[in-house]
Design a protein around this ligand. Structure first.
Ligand code: C5P
Length: 451
């Protein structure tokens, strides 16, 4: 495996960085010298490495030595006319499969957290369409300083990944603590988890290539006060699996996820939200799309007025009553868009009884093209579990799929999207109609109670 290869003299057998374009932003810290080794290791593995150096970084290592290792010029000046004519800082970030900032100094971290763009490095980072991987290195007191920790938390909340720092002896005599740049092997291993870095990268071709797919996933959390919230048992496994399967089929995927404990899927742009209102805003921001799959278990209600402070128990007083208001129905809003409606809008119906009848009613009520219905009664163990047994419900009828893993449901669903996209004008063919099991009684517009 890669991690073992790094420090051995064995030839590299497998390297996920092969043919990847890495943009390395070198900050001004004593650990900058370690970037020379990082560049060598990445190049050995077939990656192209392009480097941006801050002015301070050039005090520690020279652009000449970096340039000799990258076999490319080093970028350092925001106002280099040649590059700016070609929108240099935007091109630099867009052309990269991944961006590493190493050493990420306290100053670079602070500038990123504040959205500054007063030099080439910070402009590239602000203009980037992909989150960088930050490898911090600094004096332990600087790392532990409240201001740095505040900035780090802010960047993490913004979805930026960190690797390190390590704890140990510092280059300064007598100084020890957290602040060492991670070893090259660990940095490269962390790179593997970045979007765009999977073996072969995002499927450049595939039946959904050129398509944009939006997937919502997970629960939403609706705050009651600063410490309490309303939630549900959704794990996000099914939605995340669909996002991953669509990416494998070559689509550009935007996954909008409520709070889950799953890693972001590979090659999927994942936006993290908490509440239904945030999810709705994120979906609106992600449109236009060809396909939108609403898998999230959005809370139906939120608390009308959340307390600014923790609600206190008053001795002898009755428990507080929660005044709930309805959340926006994101699926219905998108499915009934007059302009910019995705060609395929897919909803989920998590039911505990009369699954098919409720799903048929939901299809009509929400205006979507397809409902994936499942029985989430406690006995089935679907919520949080790894398996699912679903029914695909359309206006023409339904297909029952046997129980299978959530990954297999995702893969079959994506096959279904592909089949539908290859059909002209998106109408069902006779063959497809025949494939749908007739479900006549349910086609009558029965009034069904919405669960
Ligand atoms: O109405 P119900 O919650 O049963 O509908 C489930 C479907 O609607 C799911 O696809 C879910 O993601 C979507 N939904 C939504 N916004 C809501 C409620 C549900 O997008 N507020």
């Amino acid at each position: 495996m890669l991690k073992k290869d790094l420090n051995s003299s064995q030839p590299v057998v497998e390297a996920f960085v092969k043919n990847k374009r890495i943009l390395l932003i070198i900050g001004g810290g004593i650990a900058a010298y370690k970037c020379l080794d990082l560049i060598r290791r990445l190049r050995e593995r077939g990656a192209g490495v392009r480097v941006v150096m801050t002015r301070a970084a050039q005090e520690f290592i020279t652009p000449l030595s970096v340039s000799a290792l990258t076999n490319d010029r080093v970028f350092s000046d925001l106002f280099d006319l040649d590059d700016e004519r070609e929108i240099g800082h935007i091109r630099l970030s867009r052309e990269a499969d991944a961006i590493i900032v190493a050493p990420a100094t306290s100053d670079l971290i602070a500038k990123m957290a504040g959205g500054h763009a007063n030099d080439l490095a910070t402009s590239v980072l602000l203009a980037s369409d992909k989150a960088p991987l930050l490898a911090p290195a600094m004096n332990p007191h600087m790392w532990l300083n409240k201001a740095t920790q505040r900035n780090v938390e802010q960047l993490k909340a913004d979805g930026i990944a960190f690797v390190g720092p390590e704890t140990g002896e510092m280059a300064e005599r007598g100084e020890a603590g957290p602040g060492r740049l991670v070893e090259t092997a660990e940095l490269i291993a962390a790179l593997e988890t970045m979007p765009g870095m999977s073996a072969g990268g995002p499927a450049a071709s595939g039946p959904l290539s050129g398509r944009h797919v939006i997937v919502t996933s997970g629960p939403t959390h609706e705050p009651i006060d600063p410490v309490r919230y309303i939630a549900n048992r959704s794990s996000g496994k099914q939605g995340h699996a669909i996002a991953a399967a669509a990416a494998r089929a070559g689509a550009r995927v935007t996954l909008i996820s409520g709070p889950v404990s799953l890693p972001d899927p590979r090659d999927v742009e994942t936006w993290h939200v908490e509440t239904a209102a945030e999810m709705q805003a994120a979906v609106a921001g992600a449109l236009p799309a060809d396909i939108a799959v609403f898998c999230a278990a959005v809370a139906d209600w939120r608390v009308a007025e959340q307390g600014g402070q923790k609600i206190k128990k008053e001795k002898g007083a009755p428990p507080p009553a929660l005044n709930l208001v309805a959340n926006p129905d994101i699926l219905r809003t998108v499915a009934t868009l007059k302009t910019g409606r995705p060609r395929l809008v897919v909803g989920f119906a998590a039911e505990t009884e009369n699954v098919l009848a409720h799903a048929q009613a939901k299809l009509a009520a929400k205006g979507c093209d397809l409902i994936v219905a499942n029985d989430v009664s406690a006995a089935k163990g679907v919520m949080g579990g790894d398996r699912n047994s679903v029914h695909l419900v359309t206006r023409e009828g339904h297909i029952d799929w046997p129980e299978m893993s959530k990954e297999d449901v995702a893969a079959k669903l994506v096959d279904e999207f592909v089949r539908r996209f290859s059909e002209s004008a998106f109408s069902m063919t006779d063959k497809a109609k025949r494939a749908m099991k007739s479900d006549k009684p349910r086609h009558k517009k029965k009034k069904v109670r919405k669960s």
